[in-house]
Design a protein around this ligand. Structure first.
Ligand code: 4NP
Length: 163
């Protein structure tokens, strides 16, 4: 049986300037269309872009698909995110491993830390695969990011609507 709609979802990549801010806005729009009330945020495992706006290439490609992400600001994931969010979705398997290490390091007697999963987990098209890091890539790589994010976000929403 599918898990029911989480009340909060955190999208995580490495820098929080390309994939996860894009996923944050795609998820927000898709959840609103589906009538699901979910708190949505994004963060990076690295601190290298904390305080930065999304990469201009991500802003441009997102905008061309109807997603405005220019007001988002990068932040690093924290241990508290595991208490504040029901579900944390990793853009790639390295992000997932890094998140698991943070979760494993949390000394907490409570048993309600965020569930972790790969962003593509529910997606029949891309299941188990990474949303590739586009940072050193070209326009096609940024387009692929949008396509994969739309597909995998929709798959999560569909799984929750069916619950
Ligand atoms: P993101 O992309 O993880 O999708 O935000 C990256 C952004 C910055 C870097 C790598 C990936 N970087 O090496 O600075």
């Amino acid at each position: 049986m599918k898990a029911c709609t989480p009340s909060s979802v955190l999208l995580v990549c490495l820098g929080n300037i390309c994939r996860s801010p894009t996923a944050e806005e795609v998820f927000r729009q898709q959840a609103a269309i589906a009538g699901l009330s979910i708190k949505i945020d994004s963060a990076g495992t690295s601190d290298s872009h904390v305080g930065d706006k999304p990469d201009p290439r991500s802003q441009r490609h997102a905008k061309s698909h109807g997603y405005t992400i220019n007001k988002l600001v990068a932040r690093q994931v924290t241990a508290n995110d595991f208490r504040d969010f029901d579900l944390i979705l990793a853009m790639d398997s390295q992000n997932l491993a890094d998140l698991q290490a943070i979760k494993d390091g949390i000394i907490d007697t409570e048993d309600d830390l965020a569930k972790l999963a790969l962003f593509s987990e529910e997606d029949p098209t891309y299941c188990g695969s990474d949303v590739p890091d586009p940072y050193k890539g070209d326009n096609d790589d940024f387009e692929e990011v949008i396509e994969r994010i739309e597909s995998s976000a929709q798959a999560w929403i569909e799984s929750w609507k069916a619950c």
